[in-house]
Design a binder for this molecule. Structure first.
Ligand code: UDP
Length: 315
């Protein structure tokens, strides 16, 4: 594999940090652009001494100026958890719209390949189960999640337009719920929230009845899938996620068991437009990328709980 120069927006976030480590490990050069509104400087500290790594602290909704040749532009920057995009609704819309435009412009100028990190949220509260890439989704554009869903839907439309009209070599990955070490303990997502509640001996907050389902992919599996897609000559969206579906109530029980805590639950109101179910159809990725998740949820949670224990000093 030839050494590539990759520009990665959002490289100080959860998935971005894992992807940076993966690419550096394969001896590629990585320039991370991040404005650190939800990403963390602490995440990228470990790369600072690596001469293949460069960090640019910048908002990608401002013009992006990068020196030298670039082989790939990967656009991962966005608030991505419900509490983050509720806190930063305008920034979320801008990074999906103007940020995608700027990063596509960079790819066009540098004659680089482009990959957009999209999301299963483009399917909204799906009426088709499991979700395949041909499903157009069921999204409330003006609901609280609309800022994220529509920003990514617009971003996908923009990527396809640049591909069709400017011949840019693009890819789109639709990322389903992903978890693992380095998630922010306060990002509001269900797995870090439940783990932190267990470690602090607080009751686990289940929203609604807990019968809603999600399908959680361990981060190393996701990264491997994204890398394979990066190297593939395919321009339509590809789902990546783990099809092992679990209810939020069962997830709570599993996390309490792994953390070695007696479960205590408080039920809270279900947030507006919270999808009732989500499970990826990964037939396309399986066939095209010879990819499927290797890490089951229990193994992944074991690793994640261990990491959070270390992080909080409770070893
Ligand atoms: N959830 C919950 N308690 C929490 C946080 C989340 O019951 O403290 C639920 C949430 O309502 C949703 C599911 O867990 O049904 C997954 O939420 P998350 O924010 O992780 O991701 P998303 O809804 O974007 O899939």
């Amino acid at each position: 594999m030839e050494r590539m120069r990759v520009v990665l927006t959002g490289g100080a976030g959860f998935i971005g940090t894992h992807f940076t480590a993966f690419l550096l490990n394969k001896s590629h050069s990585v320039t991370v652009i991040d404005n650190l509104i939800t990403g963390k400087r602490e995440n990228i500290k470990i790369f600072i001494d690596n001469e293949d790594f460069k960090f640019v602290e910048q908002d990608v909704t401002k013009f992006i100026d990068i020196d030298g040749d670039v082989d790939y532009v990967l656009h991962f920057a966005s608030p991505a958890s419900p509490i983050d995009y509720l806190k930063y609704p305008i920034q979320t819309l801008k990074v999906g719209a103007v940020g995608t435009l700027n990063t596509l412009g960079l790819a066009k100028k540098k004659n680089a390949k482009f990959l957009l990190a999209s999301t299963s949220e483009v399917y909204g509260d799906p009426q088709v189960h499991p979700q395949n890439e041909e499903y157009w989704g069921y999204v409330n554009p003006i609901g609280p999640r609309g800022v994220y869903d529509e920003s990514k839907r617009f971003a996908e439309a923009l990527v396809m337009a640049y591909h069709k009209y400017h011949n840019i070599d693009t890819r789109i990955v639709r990322i389903f719920n992903t978890f693992g070490p380095k998630m922010r303990p306060d990002d509001g997502r269900v797995i870090p929230t439940f783990i932190m509640q267990c470690l602090k001996d607080e009751p686990l907050t289940i929203f609604g009845t807990g019968e809603q389902t999600r399908s959680f992919c361990y981060v190393t599996d996701l990264i491997e899938g994204i890398y394979r897609l990066m190297l593939k000559d395919y321009h339509y969206p590809v789902n990546l996620g783990n099809p092992e579906e679990i209810s939020i109530k069962m997830l709570a029980e599993l996390i309490a068991e792994i953390a070695g805590r007696k479960i205590e639950i408080v039920f809270k109101e279900l947030p507006e437009d919270d999808p009732r179910c989500r499970k990826p159809d990964i037939s396309k990725a399986k066939k095209m990328l010879s990819w499927e998740p290797q890490v089951d949820i229990k193994t992944g949670l074991d690793e994640t709980v261990k990491w959070f224990k270390n992080y909080t000093g409770e070893v």
